[in-house]
Design a protein around this ligand. Structure first.
Ligand code: PMP
Length: 452
C-alpha cells in the first residue's frame, strides 16, 4: 500500500478513476460543449486555467444565484468556490443586479466619471481608512499600477515580495526562493527580462530576512497579502506585522497591502481588523460583486508623492490605466456592492458559518486520524495536508498535493459541492446556510472514509 499525506494512495487513485467516469457519464451536454469549444478556442477553453479543474472536461454553467449554480445538464451545486472570491458575497446579488439593469439603460462606458465615482471613493476612504483612491479593471492591474506608482514616487527600482505569493499576472512578482536564492518562476511564459534584477524575495514571518533585504535602501515597496492565501494559507505570527511595518518604515520603503482575498477578514479587510497602516491598499475581485473592477488607495502622504511624480513627468503615456477603467457599469456595481452587499450583517453570517465549517472539518480530520489541519482567515477556510499550519511559503509549497486535491474536489463535485481548485480553499457567502455547511462536512467525511 502506498500512503501519501496519511491516506491510502492506491484507494485514492481508484476512487479518482471511478469519479471521472461518473462525472463523464452524467454530463452529455457539458461534454458536447467541450468538444465544440475545441474547434475554435485554443486549449478548448476561454482561459487555459480552466483545464486545470479536477473534471475530465469543463463543467459548463447554466446559471448561478446566491450560493448555488446549475450546470447545463441540470445538476445543482452548492458553490464554496464562488468564482475564487469574485462572487464571495454570492452570485448575482440582487442590489448589484438591479444597479446593473438601471445603469444598463443609461450607458456602459464613456471614459468620463459618473456620480457613483464620488460616492464610491468616499465610501472606500471611510471603510478602509486611506484618503485617496484610483480604479482598475482587475486586481492584477491594480497591483501593476501600484508598483509603478511606488517606483515613480520613491525613485527606487526594487520591489520586495514574499516567497510563494500571488498577486495576479504581474511580471515583477514571479520570483521564488529556491534553496534560499531568488529565482524567476520556471512556469512563466514569454518572459525575456531577468526579473531577479529588480525583485527581492524573502520568506513570510522572517523579520531578520526582511530587514536584510531592505537594508540597502533601494526597495520602493513591499507588496504583500497580510495573510498568504495563494499557496495554501500562511498566517502571520503574533506581532509579525507590527514589527514588519516598523522595519519597512525605517528603511523608507512603502507597504502595499493586497486585500483581494483577505477581505474575508471583515468589512474593512485585515488592515482594519488588525490595525495595519499601509501606504497603499489593493482590492479586486469581489468589490463589484463579481463585475470586473478593482480599486487601490493611497495614504495622504503617498498620494502627494504620486501626484508630484505625475506632475513632474513629461506629458504622455503614464503606463497607468486602461480605457474601460472606472466605466459607468463598474462604478454602479461597486456602489451597490459597498452599500448593500459587503455589509456588517453579511460578514456576521459568514463568520458564524466559517466557524461551523472549520469545527466540522477539524472533527472529521480527528475522527479519520488524518495528519491534516484547518486554517482560517475570517470567512475563508482551508484544509491543508500537514498536522500544523505552515509558517512560510516554502513549508506551504511542500505540503501542496494537486493530485490528492483533485481526488477530493471531484468526489465532492459529483455530490453537488464545489470548492476552489488549485488548493483547498472554501468560501461561504451570505446565502450559504448551516445545512449547506453540514453537507460539505459530511461529503468531506465520506471522501476521507473512502481513502483513509
Ligand atoms: N491578488 C491576490 C491576493 C489574488 O489572490 C489574486 C487572484 N487570485 C489577484 C491579486 C489577481 O486577481 P485577478 O486575477 O482578478 O486580477
Amino acid at each position: 500500500m502506498t500512503t501519501r499525506h496519511g491516506i491510502n494512495w492506491d484507494k485514492a487513485q481508484a476512487l479518482f478513476a471511478a469519479e471521472r467516469e461518473l462525472f463523464a457519464a452524467r454530463r452529455p451536454r457539458s461534454r458536447a460543449l467541450s468538444q465544440q469549444a475545441a474547434e475554435h478556442m485554443a486549449f478548448g477553453v476561454p482561459l487555459h486555467w480552466m483545464n486545470d479543474w479536477s473534471t475530465p472536461f469543463s463543467l459548463y454553467v447554466d446559471r448561478a444565484k446566491g450560493a448555488r449554480f446549475r450546470d447545463v445538464d441540470g445538476f445543482d451545486y452548492t458553490d464554496f468556490c464562488l468564482g475564487d472570491t469574485g462572487a464571495m458575497f454570492g452570485h448575482a446579488p440582487e442590489p448589484v443586479a438591479h444597479a446593473l439593469a438601471d445603469q444598463g439603460a443609461k450607458g456602459f462606458t464613456a471614459m468620463l466619471p459618473s456620480e457613483d465615482a464620488v460616492w464610491v471613493s468616499r465610501e472606500l476612504a471611510r471603510r478602509f481608512g486611506l484618503p485617496f483612491w484610483q480604479f482598475a479593471m482587475t486586481a492584477t492591474d491594480a497591483n501593476r499600477f501600484v508598483l509603478r506608482w511606488a517606483r515613480a514616487a520613491t525613485g527606487r527600482s526594487k520591489v520586495l515580495v514574499f516567497n510563494g505569493c500571488y498577486h495576479g499576472t504581474v511580471d515583477d512578482v514571479f520570483v521564488d526562493l529556491v534553496d534560499g536564492r531568488p529565482r524567476q518562476r520556471d512556469s512563466l511564459l514569454g518572459q525575456v527580462y531577468d526579473l531577479t534584477q529588480h525583485t527581492r524575495v524573502v520568506e513570510f514571518n522572517d523579520l531578520a530576512a526582511l530587514e536584510a533585504a531592505l537594508a540597502d535602501g533601494d526597495v520602493a515597496c513591499v507588496l504583500a497579502e497580510p495573510a498568504m492565501t495563494n499557496i495554501g494559507m500562511v498566517l502571520p505570527e503574533p506581532g509579525y506585522w507590527q514589527a514588519a511595518q516598523a522595519i519597512i518604515r525605517r528603511h523608507g520603503s512603502l507597504l502595499v497591502i493586497d486585500e483581494t482575498h483577505t477581505i474575508s477578514t471583515g468589512p474593512g479587510g485585515y488592515t482594519r481588523a488588525h490595525g495595519l497602516a499601509p501606504d497603499a491598499f489593493v482590492l479586486g475581485k469581489p468589490v463589484g460583486g463579481g463585475v470586473p473592477c478593482a480599486v487601490y488607495g493611497f495614504s495622504a502622504e503617498l498620494a502627494a508623492r504620486v501626484q508630484a511624480a505625475k506632475r513632474n513627468a513629461p506629458p504622455g503615456h503614464s503606463g497607468v490605466g486602461t480605457t474601460l477603467t472606472a466605466n459607468l457599469l463598474a462604478m454602479a456595481a461597486m456602489r451597490a456592492t459597498l452599500a448593500e452587499v459587503m455589509t456588517d450583517a453579511a460578514y456576521t453570517h459568514m463568520f458564524a458559518l466559517a466557524e461551523r465549517l472549520a469545527a466540522g472539518l477539524r472533527g472529521v480530520i480527528e475522527r479519520r486520524d488524518a495528519p491534516w489541519c484547518v486554517t482560517q482567515v475570517g470567512a475563508r477556510t482551508e484544509f491543508q495536508f500537514a498536522p500544523t499550519p505552515p509558517r512560510n511559503g516554502s513549508q506551504a509549497e511542500r505540503i501542496l498535493d494537486s493530485e490528492l486535491e483533485q481526488v477530493i474536489h471531484l468526489y465532492l463535485l459529483n455530490r453537488g459541492l464545489l470548492i476552489t481548485p488549485f488548493h483547498n480553499m472554501i468560501l461561504v457567502c451570505p446565502d450559504t446556510t448551516e445545512a449547506d455547511v453540514d453537507r460539505l462536512v459530511a461529503g468531506f467525511d465520506a471522501v476521507l472514509g473512502e481513502i483513509t
